[in-house]
Every structure is written in C-alpha cells, then in structure tokens.
Design a protein around this ligand. Structure first.
Ligand code: PLP
Length: 452
C-alpha cells in the first residue's frame, strides 16, 4: 500500500469503452412494454424521442461499447477523475478502515452527469438533431446537458421543477451561461403542464411532471429529441467510466475495496461505480455493493418491483423497476436529485438478483456526515452525495467497533457549491426529516398499471 493521497490516471489510460453489465447477468432484465399493447417496445417506438445510436445502446448485449473519439476528447477536459484516499477523515473517525472516494465533482457541471450528457449530445448531433429537451430537478442534469449542447452546437430546452427553479437561481444562470433555455415546470407550454396547472395552479412541480413536459416537447417537434439524465440502460452504460477508472486507481493504491457505496436517485452514478465491481462478483469476487437512498423517497427499500411509467403524465413506456408509483409526490428535501419515484430497471434487477444491498437515511444525518467530511477533506458534498458519505462513515465506524481494517470505496458524485442554502438551513436547524405520507404512497401504488 502506498502513502499517496490522490491516485491520478494519465489521459491515455482513460477507458476506451463503456462496460455493459447486461452482457454478464445470469438472467436478462424484463423488457420495457408499450403501454397500449402491453407488448415489448421496439426501436420504432422510441425513434421519435431518441437518436438511433442511443436506442441501440439501450438494448445492446455487447459487453463493451466503444467510446467515440469526439466524446473522449471532451471527457479529457476533466477525466480521468481523481481517486482520493480520505486519510484525514479516517483519522477524524479513528477507524482502522481505509476510505477512498472517486470524485466526480471535478466535471465542469460539478457532478457525474456530463459522463452521459456528452455522448448523448454527440449522438444527437451526428444524426442531425438540432434541439434537445429535458427535465431537471435540482439543476445538475440541466446544466450538464446545457454544457454538452454548447460543445456540439445543439439548442437545449430544460424544464426545471418549479420549486428548484425558484430556490436555485444560480443553477439556472449556469444553464443560461451555456446557452440553454430554462422553463419552470409545470409550464403552460405543454398539455401535460397545463393539465397539472388546471388542477393545482400553485404546484411545486416534480421530476415526473417535468419529464412529461420534456418528452411531449420532443415527440411533437421533428427537430427535437429528448435526453434523460439517469434511469435508462444507456445512461448506466455511459457512467461505467467511473468504475473502470476506479478499478485501475485502486490497483495503483495497491488496495481493493471490500465495500463499494454510492447514492441512488435514478441509479446512474451507483451503476457507474458498482457495475464493474458486480461483474467481478459474478466471477467470484466478494465485494459488498451498497446503494443509499433518502428515507423520504425510499424507492429501493420501500417501493414495489413492478411495471410502471417513468413520468407522471404516463407518456413513457412501462418499465419494470422499484417504484413508489408514477403519481407519488415525494416530500420536499434538499437532495432534489434523489427525489424520483422510480429506479433504473438495471439497478432494480440487480437488487432483485441479490447482487446489491440498499439502505435509506434521513437528510439531517446525511448533512451531519457531509459537514464532518468537509471539515476533514475540504470538499463540500452535494446533498445527494452526502447519502454515500453517511454510509461510508457508518461502515468506517462499524469497522472501528469490530476492529476490522476493511477498505471502503464510495462515489462522491458531485460538489455542493450550488446547494449552500441547504447547508445554511442545516446550520440554522431548519432542516426537517420529512417523512412520506403512507396513505399517499399506498394510493400511488394502487394506481400502478395492470400488466398481465
Ligand atoms: C443527479 C444526481 C444524483 C442522482 O442521480 P443518479 O442517477 O442516481 O446518480 C446523485 N448525485 C448528484 C451529485 C447528482 O447530481
């Protein structure tokens, strides 16, 4: 084991291919279904909203998918991202555990999301698309797609959940700096938005509603396609650069993880770090793989594994996933990027196969861990990432109690520089551990589509 703090790969060691876990799973994940016919959807069903290259990646069973050179060229602006040994946090916790984190906050948008926004913008540009529409919760995905659109000459239109639009003006300004247009959702621009506003003019919006608006925009305009920042197979695929790099870096460190941890919103940063390790587990390795979600939106720990819509307006195909119900409105929390009713079908499938663990934490305990981390390591975690930090701290304290020198690797999916209001609220004692309404959850689950 070395004395280094940072493990940095040279640019020429950046992965040349993304890893597709679908090639190695013992059982294939259930296919997405057409909501009208109940039959598996084909490429033609998706063609109005996604470019063909992306559709092909959604269904591919190839183990490795080459990263196009123009995408690698953009990745080189910040990749390979650093792997850092959290030595000061280890000392602060007085733990025999070794804690490493992969830091994705070094990207221009401040999170892992450009790992997929860049290839998605590239494939759209290659196929002659002029405009992209999308949704954003806390603004991380909107700014990542705005960044990618600016590099590939695409117009980007972002439907931003209204409560975040009001609370996070700097994220909006970042999108506009990259040349994107940002619209508060629900908006009067779409049928889906108008339908919500008629029922509730004061609606704060939700990711599910904003997805409906963005999908409708793409489906109704020939020059426009839709881009999704999480959940889908191709997004999980693109994020695997994280885990492939981390494996090489752990080798540089002369170490290898006993536990791999990431937060789960739609599941993509978790997939990115964990899927390469799950591949090794399928070949006999024994790494514990842990996904961490908010207790206020506990998709993996409390949701049903069932076919459901990806959006509130019920425009998307049906996908089999852990879900709280497409009409479920999670209570407000500062981890806006984790406030989604569903989970990536691949991550859900991996959970059903027993290849991962899941746990849920409340937001105040996550902020407490994030502040502890910031005071030891200097980096202020995004509220979403703080869930992974909390789990890593808990595992390190367990190691201390058990006197075990295990190796912990977690994904620090982004920095919190645009989320400082959340920290201000935390210090002022204003953060509440919101609990979801069980009756509302039961009602949303009762509305799950019936699939034969
Ligand atoms: C969007 C986001 C997440 C949650 O999305 P996943 O698809 O689950 O990764 C987590 N962390 C940060 C910093 C984000 O921006």
């Amino acid at each position: 084991m070395t004395e280094s703090t940072k493990y940095l790969l040279s640019e020429d060691r950046m992965p040349k291919a993304w890893y597709n876990l679908n090639a190695d799973l013992p059982v294939a994940a259930p296919p997405p279904l057409h909501p009208g016919t109940g039959q598996p959807i084909g490429p033609d069903d998706l063609a109005p909203i996604f470019p063909m290259a992306v559709i092909a990646q959604e269904v591919t069973t190839e183990r490795w998918v080459d990263i196009p050179e123009p995408v690698r060229e953009v990745y080189r602006l910040w990749r390979p991202s650093p792997l850092i040994r959290a030595r000061r946090l280890e000392r602060a916790l007085d733990t025999p555990a070794r804690i490493y984190f992969k830091y994705e906050g070094v990207s221009p948008a401040g999170s892992h999301k450009p790992n997929t926004s860049v290839p998605q913008a590239f494939y759209n540009q290659q196929e002659g698309v002029k405009r992209l529409s999308t949704e954003t919760g806390a603004g991380q995905w909107g700014s990542s797609l705005a960044f990618a659109g600016s590099l590939f000459g695409l117009e980007v239109e972002v439907f931003m959940v209204k409560i975040s639009y009001q609370q996070k003006p700097y994220r909006r300004a970042l999108m506009e700096t990259y040349g994107a247009t940002c619209i508060a959702s629900p908006s009067p621009l779409t049928h889906a938005g108008r339908a919500i506003l008629e029922r509730d003019p004061e609606s704060n919006g939700s990711l599910g509603i904003a997805i409906s608006e963005a999908v409708e925009m793409a489906a109704s305009r020939d020059d426009t396609k839709y881009a999704l920042g999480s959940v889908l197979n191709h997004v999980c695929l693109h994020q695997t650069v994280i885990g492939e790099e981390a494996m090489m870096q752990m080798e540089m460190a002369g170490d290898s993880p006993d536990i791999v941890i990431a937060c789960t919103g739609g599941g993509s940063n978790f997939a990115g770090l964990a899927f390469p390790y799950i591949r090794e587990n399928l070949k006999g390795a024994k790494v514990r793989v842990v996904g961490v979600e908010p207790a206020s939106c506990p998709t993996l720990t409390k949701g049903l594994y069932a076919y459901d819509f990806g959006d509130t307006g019920k425009l998307t195909p049906l996908v089999k996933m852990h879900t709280l119900g497409a009409t479920f409105m999670p209570p407000g929390s500062h981890a806006g990027g984790l406030r989604y009713h569903g989970m990536a079908p691949m991550v859900s499938h991996v959970k059903e196969l027993g290849l991962m663990e899941a746990r849920a934490y409340h937001q105040t305990e996550c902020f407490e861990a994030a502040v502890r981390f910031a005071r030891a390591e200097g980096i202020v975690p995004a509220p979403e990432s703080s869930h992974a930090v909390k789990a890593a701290v808990d595992e390190a304290l367990r190691c201390k109690a058990e006197g075990k020198a295990e190796t912990i690797l977690f994904n620090l999916s982004g920095h919190g520089h645009f989320d400082m209001q959340a920290y201000t609220d935390y210090f002022a004692g204003k953060l509440k551990d919101t609990v979801y309404d069980q009756a509302a959850l039961d009602a949303a689950l009762a509305e799950l589509p019936k699939v034969g």
